[in-house]
Design a protein around this ligand. Sequence first.
Ligand code: NAP
Ligand code: MG
Length: 399
Amino acid sequence: MQKIKMTTPLVEMDGDEMTRIIWKLIKDILITPYVDLKTEYYDLGLKHRDETDDKVTVDAANATKKYGVAVKCATITPNYQRVEEYDLKEMWKSPNGTIRAILDGTVFRSPIIVKGITPYIPTWEKPIVIARHAYGDIYKAVDGLAGEGKAELTYTDTDGKKNTVTVFDFDGDGVVLAMHNTDKSIKSFAKACFNYALEVKMPLIFSAKDTISKKYDGKFKEIFEKIFNEEYKAEFEKEGVDYTYTLIDDAVARIIRSNGGVVWACKNYDGDVMSDMVATAFGSLAMMTSVLVSPDGVYEFEAAHGTVTRHYYKYLKGEETSTNPVATIFAWTGALKKRGALDGLSDLADFAERLERATIETIESGKMTGDLVGMFNLPGVKAEKLTTEEFIKEIAKKI
Ligand code: NAP
Ligand code: MG
């Protein structure tokens, strides 16, 4: 068999623990036998990040900017315990945070739908994609305790002119909080959402609470509207894709009643909460794809879960593990499809589609990893628990 050719390399970011083991299995069993894989490899495993003083993470992000498409394995974000475990020079920052800061992106999370794994809301037949704004609001706020007295908010412009408003006159104990966002970040978020909705041809809802937060949330609404009208409206009409702004409470009601098939752009806190709700309702983090899209159209595909440490420690002891590789497989297929589309390589894109179908059909035929067995319910099909490697080999048979 002739292997499928690639022209531009993918930026490949290797990672840690169980997902690093899965990474190699996927490449060896599901990709390199069929594709003449071209990648520019960056080892973001914690040991190598430490050896390079985390320069490898920055290099990988810059390479992503250069080539446009990356695939990333889950990585450890070090804490005190990891500093000891890996004898680190420093408690390096989260690689995802570093990459996100360089690419200035928005994260889109989408469930992988399989027959037999029914969402808790059975009418959700199609994916609900959450786009979470990842900057500011309460995540970069200052807050404090207050007692009897006055809390004020002062803005000082560059000429030193001050504008002070009273937040509250306290006659007893209380709390205050001040938060911010920037037009620049909101604009990037809006563009990433519009680009993504066009790409997947799904309607886009953006929600906020501008009836209450007239200036703050009003700003978000206004920026989305302006960018949409000036830069995207014509293309949305051409592609038959809708954009709607609505209040967050109305959005929640619409989403619950919908049958899915929508991109839901959320402010930072709403996205934090709603993405956990949607992931749980669809079944599992291991069945969730995640892609970072930058405003200038750079894509980084990954799994939504972490390095599955508990399974890795079992693996190190020589025990059989049944870790779910689906989200990592879909990170690869997402990246290969994108590369195929950008480079006009239809057989590469077709292969990626085929691999996705093979993965889904393998589960639907009753062969799956342990995490899914308890949730699987398809009349006439008995769920069988396989090890990670057995499961990946079953998928290969279906390609
Ligand atoms: P995790 O790796 O997502 O795992 C948490 C638990 O969820 C696992 O113990 C397992 O449950 C279940 N799980 C997650 N993915 C699974 C899969 N593919 N197959 C089967 N079960 C799966 O989160 P964590 O344990 O909190 O974090 C571990 C490390 O990952 C940390 O060092 C953290 O910094 C890192 N992390 C990285 C990323 C990223 O790179 N994107 C994201 C999150 C966390 P059971 O144990 O019950 O089987
Ligand atoms: Mg959360």
